[in-house]
Design a protein around this ligand. Structure first.
Ligand SMILES: NC(=O)c1ccc[n+]([C@@H]2O[C@H](COP(=O)([O-])OP(=O)(O)OC[C@H]3O[C@@H](n4cnc5c(N)ncnc54)[C@H](OP(=O)(O)O)[C@@H]3O)[C@@H](O)[C@H]2O)c1
Length: 289
């Protein structure tokens, strides 16, 4: 099968490249900027996307492109909207015309975090940040387009690539003797490799007919503090990681206090065994060395 991957220079896209490297499918890796093994393709440019789809004859688009700067989006809504809303519209319309399936990635930040139990796909989104709002509008554009689609909402994505909490904490716990980390926001860290493998296996096992919205994170629940402490300990750093409250660490964007996703649907539909976040963190740390 021919697969178009957009945003392939980002952390999920780069991880998908690792997963697809040994596979049989013909993958076209693209990003806004050209790079090694990555062709330039701006996902907001309908003509360019359509033409790429025609020449590559791609039957699946995996959209890893996004505006992911949660705080930056608060002061630059337009930039976030172009990539998180307009681009999914473009990709969905191109997929519809070509008869391709669009696999689109969304976020736990579509929810307000006021729940007391894991969010299911049936729960009504109520984003509390510009990032969350634009991601939710992007989902809606895909659903309304009439294309074949799968949307995977994930959370707290990390990997050895790009900018993410894992790499930030790896650096900070190496540099500082004491570090305060927010303990009153809980969710689930998700190793990008686990999500990339899920998507690759769905394509590989020809399960693209199972259209819909799915929640996918690793198993378990923790706070950012717990995650930071596990990163610090896993790397053998001597930093004293201390819990603090959200109000002690003000950010531009409001973040949900509780953003755990219920994964029953993805497990039942695709028969996947999802690793616990601690086990995946150990794998990621091993991959670093
Ligand atoms: N990171 C998380 O914690 C998290 C949590 C939940 C959900 N998600 C979702 O997971 C998906 C993957 O996230 P990620 O962490 O891999 O993001 P990322 O590392 O920020 O990668 C996104 C990539 O898209 C590129 N891009 C931006 N505008 C583009 C355009 N117009 N055309 C083509 N490419 C463009 C970016 O390039 P530049 O870097 O040059 O802008 C970047 O290489 C996103 O949909 C995100 O919303 C992420």
């Amino acid at each position: 099968m021919n697969i178009l991957i957009t945003g392939a220079g980002g952390q999920l896209g780069r991880t998908f490249r690792d997963v697809a490297a040994d596979g049989d499918h013909k993958c076209y890796f693209t990003d806004i900027r050209e790079g090694e093994g990555v062709t330039s393709l701006d996902v907001t440019d309908f003509e360019a996307v359509m033409s790429f789809l025609e020449t590559s004859d791609a039957e699946v688009i995996v959209n890893c492109a996004a505006y992911t700067n949660v705080d930056g989006a608060e002061s630059d809504e337009e930039a976030a909207r172009i990539v998180n809303v307009e681009a999914p519209k473009v990709l969905a319309e191109a997929a519809r015309r070509k008869g391709a399936t669009l696999i689109h990635i969304s976020t736990d930040y579509v929810f307000d975090g006021k729940s007391y139990r894991p969010y299911t796909e049936e729960d009504a989104p109520a984003p509390v940040s510009v990032y969350g709002k634009t991601k939710y509008e992007g989902e809606a554009a895909v659903v309304e387009s009439g294309c074949k689609y799968m949307i995977f909402r994930t959370a707290w994505l990390y990997s050895r690539y790009g900018r993410n909490f894992f790499l930030t904490m790896a650096d900070k716990t190496a540099e500082h003797p004491i570090l305060k980390v927010v303990a009153d926001q809980v969710g689930t860290p998700t190793y990008a490799l686990d999500l990339a493998e899920l998507i690759y296996n769905i394509i590989d096992n020809q399960m693209l007919d199972k259209v819909g919205i799915y929640h996918f994170t690793d198993e378990g629940v923790c706070s950012w503090y717990d995650f930071a402490k596990a990163i610090c300990d896993g790397l053998g750093h001597l930093c004293d990681v201390i819990p603090c409250r959200t109000c002690d660490y003000p950010t531009k964007a409001v973040r949900p206090h509780y953003s755990v996703l219920d994964k029953t649907k993805v497990k039942e539909t695709f028969g996947v065994d999802i690793p616990h976040w601690r086990d995946s963190l150990s794998c990621c740390i091993q991959d670093l060395f």
